[in-house]
Unconditional design. Sequence first.
Length: 82
Amino acid sequence: DRAARRTSHDSFKHTKAEVDTLVDTCGKLQFLDKLLPDRKNKNSKVLIFSQFTMMLNVLEDYLEGRNYDYGRIDGGVTGRDR
């Protein structure tokens, strides 16, 4: 249940243009934008690690904007929910 994994980041739906702009301004997201479709077609799972909650928030916005399924584990997730 994605709601159980939510943190204080209040995510909202971004338009396609907003997500495209996010990707255009971030080299790491440009790389993910090329990598993830291939991984998804092969039914592979991808693990992305970041020490920064803010970066996880950006990744969450990107993944939701591109309609990827994901799970988020950070300090706000209890051991039981992990």
